[in-house]
Design a protein around this ligand. Structure first.
Ligand code: TNX
Length: 509
């Protein structure tokens, strides 16, 4: 191959040398099928994006966004026009399209253009993201001839950010949405509240954000989002087919709320705000009716801001809440979510209480989690509760890669890129069939992450592994193939200014 050197000290025995991959072999996440065939399409100054016959506003928007995404790297004007006939990049809805499901697509490339076909606008969006990987990183060029047929393995492909331990701006989170959506991640879970800060304005309880938002780990100023800012993020994510799942963590992880309102405390006294990193010391007052008025009003306002179907109510590490109180509290909290027409998501500790019908459980255990805890989660899955898998020793983006990683924790061990990728979500928990797995999610907890640089260092490149585990067929999962394709993404990540970690287990060129 052309690249034989530059492998250097990072090479480990057994690693393959870098190989040059053709565009269809480079796709990440790996598609269901991709075949190169015949001459490709050279796009240039005359290329237009065609968004179909009828005036379909949503397809038009997908086309506009794709144009925007391709204009930057290519430097071309890429006007978006109505109409299906003619050369160029054509976006086409075909409700009868075979083999593509709700979110998948077909991409066909030949001398007259590239046709993207899907049943839904979401499918067209994902097709566009595949097309982005087939064009040169910079400048006009050729899309090779061939066909991609593709659809996701799991419906839920998520990333979480904790904006409670450290406050982050809406702009930073939007940036992450763009970074994720290009790899077909379709859910952003926002951990909005914790002991160290309450980050979303709630009209009926204004001190939550005004006072409870004014702290963060390490004593910095904290901050919060207004409802308009939150709506703006939800809309921005929605245009990229990313659903926002908001989390209000309860009954533990609530010191910021308790500090904001004395009446929420059993003893009627508000604690100080908290800027440390301990977990498991705070609890809502389960025996007070005021507590239930509080969660009703908070979840009601949150439901009103949420077009998606899920509300996440936390439920983890409630060590300061006795088990019986925990179960009684979670019964009522789940009922509130149901009353607002939403589906409950909670951390898997809810399995030990009484999850309501349809409640989704998010598993965050790891190899050393007690067998009894795993069995409780498997039993819940058997009883019909869909699972989101976020194994801490695989997908926790706040775990250090290795001892030299500056930010991060290591309570679940080190998580090198290879370990984050090399497991099968469909056969991960004993007794849990693939059909019970709704999907996968990579959480980024931010006790040790305070800057964009540290955020990107921890998330990239590991979150690309999450994207592939969530999307690609089981048969495509293979470290040798993946690590080469990941290495081939480096110029794209660089072009986007992403501060990724040049992990030693990846054969970067
Ligand atoms: C466990 S995972 C937590 C978080 C911490 C995280 C740090 C979970 C549901 N709870 O409160 O931030 O570990 O890795």
């Amino acid at each position: 191959t052309a690249c034989t050197s530059a492998h250097g000290d990072d090479a480990r025995p057994g690693d393959d040398p870098p190989v040059a991959l053709a565009p269809f072999e480079r796709l990440l996440p790996a598609p269901v099928s991709a075949h190169a065939e015949g001459p490709g399409y050279s796009f240039g100054a005359g290329t237009v994006i065609r968004t179909g016959r009828g005036p379909d506003e949503e397809v038009r928007r997908v086309g506009e966004l794709l144009a925007e995404q391709l204009r930057g790297p290519s430097g071309l004007p890429l006007p978006v026009v109505d109409g299906a006939q003619g050369d160029g990049i054509r976006l086409r809805i075909d409700e009868g399209a075979q083999g593509v499901g709700e979110e998948g697509y077909r991409l066909e490339s030949g001398p007259t253009g590239v046709t993207l076909t899907a049943r839904t606008p979401a499918g067209l969006f994902h097709a566009g993201q595949t097309l982005r990987q087939l064009v040169p990183v910079a400048g006009p060029g050729t899309v090779p001839g061939g066909t991609v047929t593709d659809r996701p393995r799991f419906a839920y492909r998520g990333a979480m950010v904790d904006i409670a331990r450290h406050h982050f701006s809406v702009d930073q989170v939007k940036r992450y949405v763009d970074q994720l959506a290009q790899y077909k991640v379709n859910t952003l879970h926002l951990h909005l509240t914790d002991d160290q800060g309450w980050r979303l304005a709630i009209d009926s309880w204004p001190r939550l954000a005004e006072y409870g938002g004014g702290s963060e780990v390490g004593g910095g100023p904290g901050g919060h989002w207004t409802k308009d800012e939150y709506r703006e993020l939800v809309a921005y994510a929605g245009q990229r087919y990313v659903d926002v799942v908001p989390e209000i963590d309860m009954p533990g992880h609530v010191n910021a709320a308790l500090a904001s309102y004395a009446e929420l405390n059993c003893d009627g006294k508000a604690p100080e705000r908290y800027t440390g990193v301990k977990v498991g010391f705070s609890s809502l007052c389960v025996s007070k009716e005021r507590t239930y008025e509080f969660i009703d009003e908070v979840l009601g306002e949150l439901a009103e801001l949420t077009p998606g179907r899920y509300l996440h109510i936390g439920g983890d590490e409630a060590h300061a809440t006795p088990a019986a109180d925990y179960a009684a509290f979670m019964d009522r909290a789940q009922a509130v979510v149901g009353r607002y027409g939403k589906t409950v998501v909670a951390w898997h500790q809810l399995a030990a209480a009484r999850p309501v019908r349809g409640a989704v459980l998010q598993y965050w255990g790891h190899d050393k989690t007690a067998a009894a805890d795993k069995a409780a989660v498997a039993a819940a899955a058997k009883a019909g509760h869909p699972l989101i898998l976020s194994p801490a020793d695989r997908l926790y983006l706040d775990m250090k890669y290795d001892p030299a990683t500056k930010p991060g924790l290591a309570w679940a061990g080190y998580v090198p890129v290879r370990r984050a990728y090399s497991w099968n979500p469909g056969a991960y928990l004993a007794g849990v069939p693939e059909s019970a797995v709704l999907g996968v999610e990579a959480p980024l907890w931010t006790e040790t992450v305070a800057t964009r640089g540290d955020w990107e260092l921890m998330a990239f490149p590991r979150v690309l592994g999450l994207a592939e585990l969530g999307w690609s067929p089981a048969a495509a999962l293979d470290w040798t193939s993946y690590s080469r394709r990941l290495a081939a993404q480096a110029p794209r990540l660089e072009a986007q200014g992403i501060a990724f970690f040049r992990a030693p287990d990846v054969p970067w060129q």
